[in-house]
Ligand binder design. Structure first.
Ligand code: FES
Ligand code: FES
Length: 157
């Protein structure tokens, strides 16, 4: 049994130490928001937070996640009210949507460390998240909007 905190809940999962966290989240904990893309840490579709840091769940073994606090897209907010989720809707960011949970979790990690990122900061922080639909300009716009809202001077639509 491996004990960890997932989205604020103490959870015990009967999985092997070397199982990737993404597998445990999707197949065992039934949290399917985090997506499987490359499985090699290259595309960002599986991004979650571990103790507040954006992390690729597909290459993170359960032994590393044990005892830590894991936040998935399902736990980012109670009801989709996080400023990033609101901005994503406002700018209609998603196309097929597959990469978007990972994009939002990477963006949330960025705004935690840098509440007012420049275009260059955004491009750098988000460069490991691949979108086959090419939604990058809207992702950038939405991150700027969320940053404004979180700073208290944004306009919510
Ligand atoms: S599925 Fe984890 S980085 Fe691609
Ligand atoms: S919205 Fe389709 S992969 Fe990004």
């Amino acid at each position: 049994m491996i004990k960890l905190n997932i989205n604020g809940k103490l959870t015990e999962l009967d999985v092997a130490d070397d199982m990737p966290l993404l597998w445990a989240l999707r197949d065992v904990a039934k949290l399917t928001g985090s997506k499987y893309g490359c499985g090699k840490g290259l595309c960002g579709a599986c991004t979650v937070h571990i103790d507040g840091q954006a992390t690729r769940a597909c290459i993170t073994p359960m032994s590393y996640a044990a005892g830590k606090k894991v936040t998935t897209i399902e736990g980012l907010s109670d009801d989709g009210e996080h400023a990033l989720q609101q901005a994503w809707q406002q700018f209609n960011v998603a196309q097929c949507g597959y990469c978007q949970p990972g994009q939002i979790m990477s963006a949330a990690g960025l705004l935690k460390n840098n509440p007012n990122p420049s275009d260059a900061d955004i491009d750098q922080a988000m460069s490991g998240n691949i979108c086959r639909c090419g939604t990058y300009p809207r992702i950038r716009q939405a991150i700027h909007q969320a940053a404004k809202v979180m700073a208290g001077n944004g306009e919510q639509s």
